[in-house]
Ligand binder design. Structure first.
Ligand SMILES: Cc1ncc(COP(=O)(O)O)c(C=O)c1O
Length: 468
C-alpha cells in the first residue's frame, strides 16, 4: 500500500495534496511505470476522504499524463514518467531559500570595492514613495495603457531643460528617447549604426560589457589607447570609416581621465572628416569634486554627437532608467527600434522621475551625495597613502564613484585577487576591461560610492595585509 500523508489543517485542498503526493512519488520512481495504483473507491476508504476528492486528484494526474487507465483492469503509472533524482534534488535545493541566506551571511563582512554602485542606503526612499503614491492616485487612466517608445513628453521636456542648464547639452525634447539605462542606449545605437562590416572606434580600456555589445553585430573593434586625459585623440586611426567613435569624455571608464578641449576639438574634426557619429556616454559626471562639471561634447556639435545619460549612478541602478539623445536624422529609426525592443520604458517610473526633477529633488540629492562621496573618496585616498606610501599611485579621482590604485611592483593575477577575497576584500582589475591585454596588470579599480568610511578603512587594512 502506498503511504499518502494528508494534513487536514493545511490550507492546501485535499485533492491537491493527493495529486502532489502521487506526482512526486511517480517522478522519483517510488511508484514505477506499469505499477497499479488503487482504485478511487479503495483510496477513498484508505484515506477516509470522499471519493469525489480522489476522482479530482486522479483526473489531474490523468490529464498531465502521470497515470493511464486500462479498460477493465484498473489505473497504472504511465511510461516515461521517472525523472532522475539528482535533477529533482537540484530543483528542490533551488527552491530552498536557505543556501542564499547562508551565503549572504558568510559574505556579510566582505568589503566590496565594486565600482559604479551609488550609496544604496541613501536612496531617497521617502520622497520617491510620496511621489509614487501621488502619481498613482492622480495619474489619468491612459497612463496605465501602452505608452510611446520615446517616453513621456513631460519627462523629456524637463530633461532637455535640465541638461542644457547643467551639462550644456543642446537638444529638443523630440530628440530624446527614455531608455532602460545607458546599456540599452548603447545596444540601440549599436543596432542602428553597426553592421558586420563596420569599424567601431573606442577607448581602450573601456567597460567590458560595452565592447562585447559592439562586437555582437560582428563589427570590428578599433581600440584607441587612453592616458590620464582620456582618449589619445592623435592616435585615432585615420584610414577607417567607422560606424561611430564611442567615448566617455567627462570621466573615462575606468581610468578616470577628463578629455581636455583640445582633444574634444580634434575628435570632432576627426568625426567630420570621416563622416561618422560620436557617441558620448556621460554616465557619472555629476559627481565632479575638483571643479564644476565639464560641459558636454554634444554641446559643441549637436548634429554629430549622440548623447547617453543614466540615473543608475545619480539615483539607483535598480531603477533601470536613462536616456538617449539622437540627432534629427536618427530620431525616427531610433523610436522604431526602441518600440521593437521593449515598446517603452515603464511609464510609472517616468512619471515619478519627472516630478522628482521638476520639484528640485534631483539637484538637492546630487548636492548632498557629492559631499558624501567626496568624503569617502578623500578617506580612501588618505587610507591608501597611509598604508602604502610610495608603493601606490592614485589616479582618475577627480570625478565619479571610483578611483584607480596602481601598484608598480604588484601584478593583480587571478590567484592574488582570490587571496584578497579570502581575506575579506574584493577589488576589480583594470585588465578585465582592456581590449589589448597586458598593459594594466598593476592597476585595480576601487569603487567607494557604496562603502562607509569604516568599511573603506577596513578594506584598505585587508589589502595591506596581503599586498605589503
Ligand atoms: C561606461 C559606462 N556607461 C554606463 C554604465 C551604466 O549603465 P546603466 O545605465 O545601464 O546602468 C556603466 C556601468 O557601470 C559604464 O561603465
Amino acid at each position: 500500500m502506498t503511504w499518502i500523508g494528508l494534513d487536514r489543517s493545511s490550507g492546501t485542498p485535499l485533492y491537491r495534496q493527493i495529486y502532489e503526493s502521487y506526482r512526486t512519488k511517480i517522478l522519483k520512481g517510488e511508484l514505477q511505470s506499469g505499477e497499479r495504483i488503487p482504485s478511487t473507491r479503495e483510496l477513498s476508504t484508505q484515506l477516509q476522504v470522499s471519493r469525489n476528492i480522489i476522482v479530482e486528484a486522479y483526473e489531474q494526474l490523468f490529464a498531465e499524463g502521470y497515470i493511464v487507465g486500462r479498460h477493465g483492469s484498473g489505473t497504472f503509472v504511465a511510461e516515461g514518467t521517472y525523472l532522475e533524482t539528482r535533477h529533482h534534488n537540484q530543483m528542490l535545493s533551488m527552491l530552498d531559500p536557505e543556501p542564499t541566506i547562508r551565503l549572504s551571511s558568510e559574505q556579510h563582512d566582505m568589503v566590496d570595492f565594486r565600482p559604479g554602485i551609488p550609496a544604496l542606503a541613501l536612496f531617497p526612499r521617502k520622497i520617491w514613495m510620496q511621489l509614487a503614491q501621488q502619481e498613482c492616485t492622480h495619474a489619468p487612466d491612459e497612463a496605465w495603457g501602452y505608452g510611446k517608445p520615446e517616453g513621456l513628453l513631460k519627462l523629456r521636456s524637463i530633461l532637455a531643460r535640465y541638461l542644457l542648464r547643467t551639462r550644456g547639452v543642446v537638444c529638443h525634447p523630440e530628440q530624446l528617447i527614455i531608455t532602460t539605462g545607458a546599456t540599452q542606449s548603447i545596444s540601440l545605437i549599436t543596432k542602428l549604426l553597426l553592421t558586420p562590416t563596420s569599424d567601431v572606434i573606442l577607448e581602450d580600456p573601456i567597460t567590458h560589457e560595452i565592447h562585447t555589445i559592439f562586437t555582437q553585430p560582428g563589427a570590428r573593434l578599433c581600440p584607441v589607447p587612453v592616458d590620464q586625459q582620456g582618449m589619445i585623440t592623435h592616435a585615432l586611426p585615420l584610414h577607417t570609416r567607422p560606424g561611430f567613435v564611442y567615448v566617455t569624455p567627462s570621466h573615462q571608464y575606468p581610468l578616470g581621465g577628463v578629455l581636455p578641449i583640445q582633444r574634444r576639438v580634434q575628435l570632432i574634426n576627426f568625426a567630420r572628416t570621416t563622416d561618422c557619429y560620436i557617441v558620448e556616454d556621460d554616465y557619472d559626471s555629476e559627481f565632479r569634486y575638483e571643479s564644476a562639471p565639464i560641459s558636454s561634447l554634444q554641446g559643441l556639435d549637436p548634429d554629430r554627437v549622440i548623447y547617453i545619460g543614466t540615473f543608475s549612478k545619480i539615483l539607483s541602478p535598480a531603477l533601470r532608467i536613462g536616456y538617449l539623445i539622437l540627432p534629427q536624422t536618427l530620431i525616427e529609426r531610433g523610436r522604431n527600434l526602441k518600440w521593437l525592443t521593449d515598446l517603452h520604458t515603464p511609464t510609472w517610473e517616468q512619471m515619478i522621475l519627472a516630478r522628482f526633477i521638476e520639484e528640485g529633488h534631483l539637484e538637492r540629492h546630487i548636492a548632498k551625495m557629492k559631499k558624501i562621496y567626496r568624503k569617502r573618496r578623500n578617506h580612501l585616498i588618505d587610507s591608501l597613502t597611509e598604508k602604502f606610501g610610495e608603493q601606490v599611485t592614485v589616479l582618475g579621482h577627480s570625478t565619479g564613484l571610483h578611483l584607480i590604485a596602481e601598484f608598480a611592483d604588484i601584478l593583480f593575477t587571478t590567484q592574488l585577487l582570490e587571496r584578497l577575497e579570502q581575506c575579506g576584500v574584493k577589488v576589480y582589475p583594470v585588465e578585465i576591461h582592456a581590449i589589448e591585454k597586458g598593459k594594466h596588470l598593476h592597476r585595480i579599480i576601487l569603487g567607494y560610492g557604496n562603502l562607509s568610511e569604516e568599511q573603506i578603512e577596513t578594506g584598505v587594512q585587508r589589502l595591506a595585509l596581503i599586498l605589503k
